[in-house]
Design a binder for this molecule. Structure first.
Ligand code: FAD
Length: 478
């Protein structure tokens, strides 16, 4: 049987673009369909615009620090429209690079939505049917609104980069990394931020001490964080709400409309599980993401999906239909760009290079770009001590740059060490540039370095990271 292509990739995000390019480099005839913008979540509405907003939000503190260091500077107001214009110019540039990379690799691009007709055929939204020997689904995921009355009045991370103006106040709902990062970003940009999380502490799954220090740091910087709290109900304000004590929102042109007078009002009335009622300019939900598997014909052709809609794959990213593979967020394994890229590389090794390759999910370093930032690799103290006896080396201190500037920010460096093998099982850093640090220390931890290997490494002085190699005694054994 002959096919139009050797490989048809659905989705032009981190995983799909990499798989298409690398497969094409083996001489395979490759096509890719993207329904929105090339680059996917990471480039268009995830990692990249978020990190640029993290940078933007840091300048107010830097201005204060500059004064403390003797500079005669004053920071004016943040100009959101100016930043947003520049941001989108940069995203357009990056999208252009992705398109060029694909076309230079001879990957044919279809700007269309694709669904599956059978094990070797995709149907495009243009009506065209295309056949391929292998199909790779890399359609990622999307934010979902929770099942709360009035939730449709809220926005998600997708909308935040497109706002016409920055809200004066925002309620961010969620305790994961996206919610917590945007709480820090918007707080830094001068928005009055309240964050609700229904759990006992933000950043579930990360090391408890690290989570605690991040939450404390966020509060110190001005985020009004409420734990064990959720929204009961939200709606457009009534005129009575607007004149009620402690609740005032300017009546301006905008959405939604007052439920009592029908006049346009700005703001959303929210009732919380703690009984508080308040009006916020915006409510942003970062309470969950769902895989993009709807209306793709997956079930009809036998591609199995899980309870949350994620595509079920084996260790080689193969679905229950042998000619169809899936990688990245749509499989709900580890939802990070570098993981989607590695799954793409392993897929190409397996299918196009005759070298069956499983992806390695052990010891994945990652960063949370909260303020303060968190870098992490390996097991948390809580996970490790459930497995074997461990020693905990941990230090928390005020770094010299912050101490000089009179800031209260503290840094934490923590190593979780196996008592038996002496291997470093986990490393957790809360500090400026923790993401950069964890990338480097992650190499040693991934290689299986022991605590004594760390100790043998000469400190780089004066740095924050030198503490990682100078911690003498464990703070506790567990
Ligand atoms: P995606 O990048 O989501 O790409 C999927 C593409 O498929 C999309 O372009 C979509 O339009 C397209 N598509 C969907 N359905 C169809 C269809 N039927 N036909 C055609 N095209 C279709 N990760 C990190 O590593 N570091 C970070 O700092 C980070 N920050 C993030 C911040 C936010 C706000 C978000 C939302 C995510 C962040 N991530 C981060 C996660 C990261 O963006 C994802 O893990 C990564 O983009 C997954 O890549 P993917 O290829 O699986 O899917």
């Amino acid at each position: 049987m002959t096919f139009d292509y050797d490989l048809f990739v659905i989705g032009g995000g981190s995983g799909g673009v990499r798989a298409a390019r690398v497969a094409a480099a083996t001489g395979a005839k490759v096509a890719l369909a993207e329904e929105f913008r090339m680059g996917g979540t990471c480039v268009i509405r995830g990692c990249v615009p978020k990190k640029l907003m993290v940078f933007a939000s840091g300048y107010a503190e830097m201005c204060d620090d500059a004064q403390a260091y003797g500079w005669d500077v004053t920071c004016g107001a943040f100009d959101w429209p100016k930043f947003r214009t520049q941001l989108h110019k940069e995203l357009d540039r990056l999208e252009g690079i992705y398109r060029k990379l694909l076309s230079n690799s001879d990957v044919e691009i279809f700007d269309a939505r694709a669904s599956l007709k059978d094990a070797h055929t995709v149907t495009l939204s243009t009506g065209q049917d295309i056949t391929a020997k292998h199909i790779l689904i890399a359609t990622g995921g999307r934010p979902v609104l929770p099942d709360i009355p009035g939730a449709e009045l809220g926005i998600t991370s997708n909308d935040i980069f497109l706002l016409d103006e920055l809200p004066k106040s925002i309620l961010i709902v969620g305790g994961g990394y996206i919610a917590s990062e945007f709480a820090g970003i918007l707080n830094g940009l001068g928005v009055k931020v309240t964050q609700f999380y229904r759990g006992a502490q933000i950043l579930r799954g990360f090391d408890d001490e690290a989570r605690g220090l991040v939450a404390e740091g966020m509060r110190d910087k001005g985020v009004n964080l409420h734990l064990g709290t959720n929204i009961v109900e939200m709606r457009a304000p009534t005129d009575q709400d607007l004149t009620g004590e402690g609740m005032s929102a300017p009546i301006e042109q905008g959405k939604p409309t007052s439920v009592s007078s029908g006049k346009p009002v700005k703001g959303i009335w929210v009732k919380a599980t703690n009984g508080n009622e308040a009006i916020y300019d915006q409510v942003m939900f970062a309470t969950g993401r769902a895989p993009n598997t709807e209306d793709m014909g997956l079930g009809d052709i036998g591609v199995e999906t899980g309870r949350r809609g994620q595509i079920i794959v084996d260790d080689y990213s193969q679905t229950t239909v042998p000619s169809i593979y899936a990688i990245g967020d749509v499989t709900d394994r580890v939802q990070l760009t570098p993981v989607a890229i590695r799954e793409a590389m392993a897929f190409v090794q397996t299918v196009f290079k005759g070298n069956p390759t499983k992806n390695d999910y052990e010891m994945i370093p990652s960063a949370v770009f909260t303020q303060p930032e968190l870098g992490t690799i390996g097991m948390t103290e809580e996970e490790a001590r459930d497995i074997e006896p461990v020693e905990i080396y941990c230090t928390s201190f005020k770094p010299m740059n912050h101490a000089f500037a009179g800031r209260s920010d503290r840094v934490m460096m923590k190593l979780v060490v196996s008592r038996e093998t002496r291997k470093v099982m986990g490393c957790h850093i809360v500090a400026d540039h923790a993401g950069e640090m964890i990338q480097l220390v992650g190499i040693a931890v991934k290689m299986g370095a022991s605590k004594e290997d760390f100790d043998r490494t000469v400190a780089v002085h004066p740095t924050m990271a030198e503490e990682l190699v100078t911690m003498k005694d464990p703070v506790r054994s567990a």
